[in-house]
Design a protein around this ligand. Structure first.
Ligand code: MRU
Length: 355
């Protein structure tokens, strides 16, 4: 599969025409406004990642990769040591923006490897290497999403009901997405599914982003509140659950948007296959189990007052607002990756994937 510049431009993150800024679609404004942001500084990049203007594990990795490149371009020094020192500082700031999705640190470290591997080269030459590296990160994600979509499509039949949580579509990745990839690829091939999109409290990625993406693509999508997943499963309307992932541990436990583990427990109860779909860049073989994944805690106002005309709780009420939860690998039917479908035992089979 050849990736063209048009393919990259169609994604939620890309480089500006002059190649000196990162352009993102502002996901906080969807579905009401399709606005784009131009990011030029490390502060703007960090802020966009923290506020979820750019979000979804692969998309924040791609954004950080491009970010490292445009920050490198702004460096005026000719000294390799000074350049590396500055790049290390940017890397640290970007990685600290969000802790759970491994793709962020993975992409930034990959950019730093290009710097470390170029000791002795002219700084201008290193900048060119970084340009190629960030484009490679993006191109590989486009290709991985396509392969994940193909593998995922092989798991379902035309007309099946598919339940998804949060947003793991094109906005969160590139092109097809991961969990939404089989549905969108199916649509292209004339295969229709009935999708149930959990609204995904508190930030409503399912309502604002998934139902927007699927509706625009002509997919039969029904938006439900998170606490309605059980009834649609009980009604026999769901034949498979497809969700994304932010970090998959070596034993198959995985972190994804808060509420995912509840969906997995319900799916087990109703005997419905439950799959997570993600690129190999989301698998962290250095993380032994789910308990080792750091979970981001977010502002309580996301629960108390955001999205409403009036606050929905007293300003002083205590809130617990973890952005992600960990789904136990025992609840997982399979992990759909760009290198194939991984079945249990996950600790053994994930190792084989990287062998
Ligand atoms: O907080 P978010 O919106 O970045 O959370 C995103 C998710 O949980 C996605 O399911 C995950 O990143 C996979 S995106 C392909």
């Amino acid at each position: 599969m050849i990736v063209t510049n048009e393919d990259r431009l169609a994604c939620s993150v890309h480089l500006s025409d002059d190649g000196r800024s990162v352009i993102i679609i502002d996901q906080t404004q969807l579905p009401n406004r399709e606005l784009f942001l131009t990011l030029d500084t490390v502060e703007e990049l960090v802020d966009a990642i923290k506020t979820l203007a750019v979000r979804g594990a692969p998309a924040i990795g791609i954004c950080a990769g491009y970010g490292m490149y445009i920050l490198a371009l702004q460096e005026e020094t000719g000294s390799y040591e000074t350049f590396t020192e500055h790049m290390e500082k940017y890397a640290e700031e970007l990685i600290a923006a969000r802790p759970t999705a491994v793709n962020l640190s993975w992409a930034v470290r990959r950019m730093m490897q290009a710097v470390y591997g170029s000791a002795g080269m002219e700084v201008s030459g290193i900048k060119e290497l970084l340009r190629r590296e960030c484009i490679a990160i993006h191109d590989e994600d486009i290709q991985m999403c396509r392969r994940i979509s193909e593998y995922g499509l092989s798991l379902v039949k035309p007309g099946d009901g598919i339940l998804t949580h949060c947003n793991a579509g094109p906005l969160a990745t590139s092109r097809y997405g991961t969990a939404l990839g089989p549905i969108l690829l199916g649509k292209e091939q004339g295969i229709d599914f009935k999708v149930f999109s959990d609204e995904t409290r508190p930030l409503l990625q399912g309502a604002r982003l998934t139902s927007y993406e699927l509706q625009k693509a002509g997919v039969d999508v029904t938006l439900i509140c998170d606490n309605m997943a059980s009834i649609v499963m009980k009604n026999g309307w769901v034949q498979a659950c497809f969700v994304g992932c932010d970090r998959i541990a070596a034993n198959g436990d995985f972190a994804n948007k808060i509420g995912t583990s509840g969906v997995a427990i319900l799916a087990k109860h109703y005997g419905i296959p439950f799959y997570t779909l993600g690129p190999t860049s989301t698998i962290d073989m250095n993380c032994p189990a789910g308990a080792d994944i750091r979970i981001e805690q977010r502002n309580p106002d996301e629960i108390r007052s955001m999205w409403y005309k009036e606050p929905m709780a007293l300003a002083e009420v205590k809130c617990y607002n973890p952005a992600f939860d960990v789904t136990d690998h025992e609840l997982l039917t399979a992990i759909v990756t760009d290198r194939g479908i991984v079945y249990p035992p996950f600790d053994v089979n994930l190792k084989k994937l990287f062998a």
